[in-house]
Design a protein around this ligand. Structure first.
Ligand code: PMP
Length: 308
């Protein structure tokens, strides 16, 4: 599923503007070369009825890191962008939804060596339930191993959410839809399991929970880090270790984590049934722990939540 982005307001360079006024010129540098950075943040409604943004500070920090890796500067302070995320959720009357901060380079010059074009920051916010759907979250999805690889380390800046790099993720996702799957898992050039089109990967294999380490060409997912913290707090040991695709095929459980997909079980990979073909007990526990940390008054991590 994709998100319909129409809303009443967009935050644009520090101000809320009506949706239809949030326009850019066809000469915008990012439109041509993909040099921009973005984030995805979720707004959740808690059990007490309040709305919070999940790990907003960490997402905005990663936005600045992505821009730094992409060698451009964001001219607006972090705190102001964080405030913008809160304001646009409120202005659009959202209790829950998806928030997309984007820093992009506008019009002026073109050419690889062009410098000095203005950098803009926008935040859009719109309703977007778990991207693979509620049923995916309950029953698990069907995935395949993509024929596209992640990396190489020096070919793509995997620790950054740089706009242009996501063309690969879109191609990978479209291919998996064309082949009749819900999602793709990519390997690195050496055949190690890397990540999904926009998710990190976890497996339970012979009773042990594993996830690929950050020295592989993968994004340092904020949901990944949250799930690792919650697992350890629940007494479930997590080992960051590389593994090959055959471990996916023989795993007891596989799940994906990401802001858009949250914690999504995988029930089948390349035609092999994962475990019993339904979400396993560790996946379930971690799904519950994840949503509990956001929605419940007893959240063990109130610092992850920013009130809107
Ligand atoms: N990998 C990639 C390539 C992604 O785009 C995302 C989504 N941001 C993730 C992993 C998951 O990261 P997060 O949990 O921070 O959303």
């Amino acid at each position: 599923m994709s998100g319909g982005v129409r809303a009443s307001h967009v935050w644009f360079d520090g101000k809320l503007v009506p949706y239809d006024d949030a326009q850019v010129h066809v000469s915008a540098f990012t439109l041509h070369y993909g040099l921009g950075a973005f984030e995805g943040v979720r707004a959740y409604r808690r059990d007490d009825g309040s709305t919070v943004l999940f790990r907003l500070g960490d997402h905005i920090e990663r936005l600045f890191e992505s821009a730094k890796i992409a060698a451009f500067e964001i001219p607006i302070e972090r705190a102001e962008i964080e405030a913008g995320c809160r304001e646009v959720v409120k202005a659009n009357g959202l209790q829950e939804g998806y928030v997309r901060p984007l820093a992009f380079t506008g019009a002026g010059m073109l050419g690889m060596g062009a410098r000095g074009n203005p950098v803009h920051v926008v935040v859009i916010a719109f309703p977007w339930d778990s991207v693979l759907g509620a049923e995916a979250s309950r029953k698990g999805i069907r995935a395949h191993v993509s024929s596209y690889t992640r990396g190489p380390m020096n070919g793509a800046m995997s620790k950054a959410k740089i706009v242009g790099q996501y063309a690969t993720s879109v191609i990978v996702k479209r291919d998996s839809q064309r082949l009749g799957y819900d999602e793709a898992i990519m390997l690195d050039g050496e055949g190690r399991v890397a990540e999904g089109s926009a998710e990190n990967v976890f497996v339970v294999w012979k009773g042990q929970l594993y996830t690929p380490p950050l020295d592989l060409p993968i994004l340092a997912g904020i949901t990944r880090a949250s799930v690792m913290t919650l697992a350890r707090q629940a007494g479930i040991d997590v080992v960051e270790r590389s593994f090959s695709r055959d471990m996916l095929y023989t795993a007891d459980e596989v799940f994906l984590t990401g802001t858009a997909t949250e914690v999504t079980p995988v029930r089948e990979i390349d035609g092999r049934v994962v475990g019993k073909g339904e979400p396993g007990p560790i996946t379930r526990r971690l799904q519950d722990a994840f949503f509990n940390s956001i929605r419940s008054a007893q959240s063990p991590h109130p610092a992850w939540l920013t009130a809107v």
